[in-house]
Design a protein around this ligand. Structure first.
Ligand code: COA
Length: 177
């Protein structure tokens, strides 16, 4: 098993296609092409077993505003997946622990949005976001429906002392959060 740390600019077309296949297998219809685009532009942990990619997680820089503090660049975690045939073997944990090291070297805080894996991330030190979430769009700041799946990893807790304030991201194509 090889755990590789790579920048998006180091991923060739073949590797990107392999990743798209992994995400399709792990997420099924829940994962769109825009979700795939969101995974690029930062740092990846790619786990290879022989010729096959069996695990992935990436973190990309995003501008986020906590409460009424200044906007900050944080790491935003995307496309965390273990091949369904290899789940439950500790690969997801290994992948995320490697990504945490990359995050810690770049950003004081990371965030992610998850539907089903809250317990997985909590076991890795992530905390649930309790405040409301918003998106800054070209027509103003809009409330983000009934999200509920936002989580935060606080490498430097002083940057985000309160998990119950509003949090705002910049809009992007596809899911903003
Ligand atoms: C979530 C996912 C990446 C976990 O990968 P994995 O390789 O199976 O995880 P691990 O084997 O390293 O499990 C680590 C721990 O998290 C737990 N765990 C795994 N998936 C979990 C989930 N969905 N909810 C709660 N806990 C979970 C495991 O029981 C294990 O606990 P333990 O250390 O006490 O034994 C994998 O299930 C997956 O690819 N799911 C589909 C895609 C997805 O939902 N990705 C996350 C979306 S943000």
């Amino acid at each position: 098993m090889d755990v590789l740390v790579l920048g998006s600019d180091q991923l060739d077309g073949v590797t990107r296609a392999e990743l798209r296949t992994l995400w399709g297998r792990a997420f099924g219809d829940r994962f769109s092409d825009l979700d795939a685009e969101h995974a690029f532009g930062g740092v990846h942990v790619v786990v290879r077993a022989g010729d096959t990619i069996v695990g992935h997680a990436s973190a990309v820089p995003r501008r986020i505003r906590f409460g009424d503090r200044q906007w900050r660049i944080v790491g935003y975690v995307e496309a965390v997946a273990t091949d369904p045939e290899r789940q439950g073997e500790g690969l997801g944990r290994r992948t995320m622990e490697a990504l945490h090291r990359e995050i810690a070297a770049r950003w004081p805080v990371a965030m992610l949005s998850t539907g089903r894996a809250t317990g997985f991330y909590e076991s890795l030190g992530w905390e649930r976001w309790f405040g409301d979430s918003y998106t800054r769009t070209s027509s103003g700041v809009v409330r983000d429906g009934e999200h509920g799946g936002l989580m935060v990893l606080r490498l430097d807790p002083a940057v985000v002392p309160d998990l119950s304030v509003d949090v705002t991201c910049e809009d992007r194509p596809g899911d903003a959060w």
